[in-house]
Design a protein around this ligand. Structure first.
Ligand code: ZN
Length: 162
């Protein structure tokens, strides 16, 4: 069977993520440490995963992902003031501090502190890439069927995990 990117396969990709001409993230340029994920279970942002479907090992592609298929639109309602006592002592309460917070639905979000006053902390719970158009240069390094155990656990078992 030809190794195509398809549901429930473990896929290795090399990629470079560019936003506004700045490279924000990439795998090793020499291809020595691709990102492995299980295709079709939502481990990648939807706009990227969809474009990878059907690609072959060795294929490469440029993919542009709009906010609605990426990290969402920027939502001003996700900027909130919270009482200082809500924050664990070890978190430095100053602008620029990044932390993880649970929203009302229990989803863990990356948040950053943007302002602090005497009693409160202003936090932006938008994903740092919310509202951004993402440009990926991506190539397929490997593809194999996931094992039952990997599908069960919802992650890849390889050199880098348990
Ligand atoms: Zn596992």
């Amino acid at each position: 069977m030809e190794a195509l990117v398809q549901e429930k396969w473990v896929v290795g990709i090399n990629y470079t993520l560019t936003v506004d001409d700045d490279v924000l993230d990439s795998t090793n340029p020499d291809g020595s440490d691709p990102l492995e994920y299980i295709h079709g279970i939502g481990q990648l942002i939807p706009g990227l995963e969809r474009e990878l479907s059907g690609m072959k090992v060795g294929d490469s592609r440029q993919v542009t992902v709009l906010p609605e298929d990426g990290y969402g639109e920027f939502d001003p309602e996700l900027i909130v003031w919270l009482p200082q006592e809500d924050f664990p002592k070890e978190i430095p309460l100053q602008a620029g501090t990044q932390l993880q917070m649970e929203d009302e639905e229990g989803t863990v979000r990356v948040a950053s502190i943007i302002d602090v006053d005497d009693e409160r902390v202003q936090v932006d719970m938008n994903h740092p890439l919310a509202g951004q158009e993402l440009h990926f240069e991506v190539s397929i390094a490997s593809a194999r069927p996931a094992t039952e155990e990997e599908l069960d656990h919802g992650h890849v078992h390889g050199a880098h995990s348990h």
